[in-house]
Write a new protein. Sequence first.
Lengths: 144, 151
Amino acid sequence: MKPQTARRVEVGEELPPLTKTILQRQIDCYSGVRPDSIHTDPEWARKKGFKAPLVQAMMSTAYVSQMMVQFLGEGFVRGGGMSVAFTKPVLAGDTLTVRGRIKSREPEGGRTRVSVDVWCENQDGVMTMAGTASGLESDPRSSR
Amino acid sequence: MVEFKTLSYEAVTIGEEFMSDDFLVKPEDVDTFAYAVEDHHPWYFEDSPFGGKIAHPTLLGNQALLMRHSKYIVPAGLHAKMQFEFLEPIRAGMRVRSRGKVIDKYERRGRHYMVTQFETRDEEAGTVLVRGQFTQMIFPASGVHRETTNR
């Protein structure tokens, strides 16, 4: 399967966003259910000051990875990476939109490394995660 | 025999090393992860350009993140930053282990943080699959910092 992007996405342009409504059951699968957990124990989360269990921040890195695999394919799986900061909590039931905007293209060992500004916003438009992700372009049409 | 201590800013030392248990990546782990993050890309279930199925690049993030649980009782904490470098695809059937080291700890605006560098390897082949670092906020014994309850 080739990367989904049909044409070269230019610097400054956005990638197709992903939207995720995060269910408690998905958090349970991701984090593993245990008592006294801010992720999977609603009462414990409330005791710690949160309205609902927190989505494990790491789940947002999986969403970024999904967007980048769709964009770059092999060049993200082998040779990709990301550096992100989690800026606001995400709660069970929240809907996140995962976005990316092409930041730069730089030559790297005969290939091209594409850097993408990435971020997640919740249903209220609040940014919950921000950073950069990058990978190697594999489509020869993209390295012109 | 491991003597577990409760994690605190004072207890953590720079240079301290962590190691996860080894873990056999199973097809059901890939399946569960796909459900959890809603990502059923065909490379994880059919075939990939790497030859055969692979797993999600971030599948083993929690193995690295939870290394400190092999030494400490961790009451709670917030994940502040994450860096990944994906070097080789992860596959079901690999027996993997993460090793890490605390490279910094600091206080900022009254909050305590620790920074851990890690590497996750396929234990049988010795191949490094993923490396990176993460920053975690250590909760005070009293519970959560007030500013984090922002909703």
